[in-house]
Design a protein around this ligand. Structure first.
Ligand code: GLY
Ligand code: MN
Ligand code: MN
Length: 436
């Protein structure tokens, strides 16, 4: 995240906001786990995108057109004693150089300075509802300006969702961002490969999680979300997190895990047989999911509606379920009445970026938005047959499969960022055979 790239983003955001606006972007709050122990700190994605500043207790204020400086950062002051405990701080003196902002002030001065910055501005761009404590502070500063109206003060009177402007910027990834996303994808591919190699009957789900996360950390990455490692029917629990069961011979293992590198997420799922060989039933369902992923991928083209991928995946999955006898009836009916949802209850993907479920509208004025170069999203079809589903042959029960890759839309079509990892049943078996 270079200083120049962040400056450019701030300038673009200010241009869109206009000279009568003010933009307020606070850091993520620290969360206490117990007493003086905190949950791992993760900067707010918007503030990170606009500054690359990782410290808590900070606020970026953009005041477009302000003669004495447009980009202002409020942050923690240097403090030798605190820094001896918690590590170094940039401090207001260091922030101007380190982040390329026009001016920086101690966070404790925010209360005194912010009302003056709000005064005379028409519109406030801010993310209301993300941090209710900060919402209340902001209302307090606005009220202080309002209290001065009889003295000629002009309080802002329009309050707008910052995401209207910023989410659209974040949705289209720049070359700088794509470098980091490719790196996150590469680390995640290596991590999945390592976990697949470590699989053997009797392994515990957490042992495979350890293999994954060892690779993440070795490359200065962290999990972008809690890793999901589900053996057997645990694969059917979409947000499974216990990761404690033992994989028995003959089980499939579903791993949904991705690295976060410099703030950017990857999101990969693979499902493989713990003993290296798919059963006929497992393979049949895996191949249906493969076909669905290919169908969705063929719609990953600029100018195509985002939702075309989901529709193509649903059609391929439903067609497969009918062919294998898990569903009965006509294809069009099973799609129209949603009976496929019994085995495929989720959507086929989501935007990917600084957040694993990244920002950006999926629909515009009621219609699916069209794909554009620079958009990155996941394609993740799956099939999940509950272990207690007596409406199907016993051989299908308890099988859960998902295959998930990260796709960048390019001018020519698309690029699969996570392409380096065995995907089809044949590729997975071949990869596992050579790893043994
Ligand atoms: N790992 C979360 C998801 O696949 O959406
Ligand atoms: Mn996903
Ligand atoms: Mn995932």
């Amino acid at each position: 995240m270079s200083v120049a790239a962040c400056q450019k983003r701030r300038r673009q955001l200010m241009r869109m906001a206009g000279n009568d606006a003010i933009v307020v972007v606070p850091s993520a709050p620290e969360r206490i786990r117990s007493r003086d122990t905190h949950f791992p700190y993760r900067q707010d994605s918007d503030l990170w995108y606009l500054t690359g500043f990782a410290e808590p207790d900070a606020v970026l204020v953009l005041v477009p057109g302000r003669v004495h400086g447009e980009a202002l950062l409020f942050c923690r002051e240097r403090d030798a004693e605190r820094e001896a405990w918690d590590g170094p701080r940039v401090g207001p003196e260091g922030a101007v150089d380190a982040l390329g902002v026009d001016d920086a002030y101690p966070i404790d001065d925010l209360d005194e300075i912010l009302p003056g910055l709000l005064e005379g501005r028409t519109r406030v761009y801010y993310h209301f509802g993300r941090d209710t404590e900060f919402d209340l502070q902001l209302i307090g500063w606005l009220n202080r300006v309002r209290a001065q109206v009889r003295l000629g003060a002009q309080p802002p009177h329009e309050f707008l969702e910052l995401g209207h402007l910023l989410d659209e910027m974040r949705l289209i990834k720049t070359a700088d961002e794509l470098k980091l996303m490719r790196r996150a994808a590469k680390i995640s591919v290596e991590a999945h490969a390592a976990a697949t190699c470590a699989a053997r009957p009797g392994v515990r789900e957490y042992e495979l999680q350890a293999e994954l996360e060892y690779v993440f950390r070795r490359h200065d990455a962290v999990p972008a979300y809690e890793s999901i490692v589900g053996a057997g029917a645990n694969a059917c629990v979409l947000h499974y997190r216990a990761n404690a069961a033992q994989a028995r011979d003959g089980d499939l293992v579903l791993i949904d895990a991705g690295a976060e590198y410099r703030g950017y997420a990857a999101d990969i799922t693979r499902t493989f047989p713990v003993n290296g060989r798919f059963t006929a039933a497992q393979r049949a369902l895996h191949e249906v999911v493969e076909a669905a992923q290919q169908a969705a991928l063929s719609k990953a083209q600029p100018g195509r509606p985002y939702e075309a991928g989901h529709h193509a995946a649903v059609e391929a999955l439903t067609e497969g379920l009918l062919r294998l006898g898990l569903l009965k009836g006509r294809l069009e009916t099973c799609i129209a009445d949603g009976s496929y949802k019994r085995y495929y209850p989720h959507k086929t993907g989501h935007w990917l970026g600084l957040d694993v479920h990244d920002v950006g509208d999926y629909r515009i004025e009621g219609e699916s938005r069209l794909l554009e170069p620079g958009m990155v999203y996941t394609i993740e079809p799956g099939l999940y047959v509950p272990a207690d589903d007596t409406s199907v042959d016993a051989k299908w029960r308890g099988i859960g499969i998902r295959t998930e890759d990260d796709v960048l839309i390019t001018r020519a079509g698309h690029e699969v960022l996570t392409a380096g990892l065995a995907r089809t049943a044949d590729e997975i078996e071949a990869f596992m055979a050579q790893a043994r």
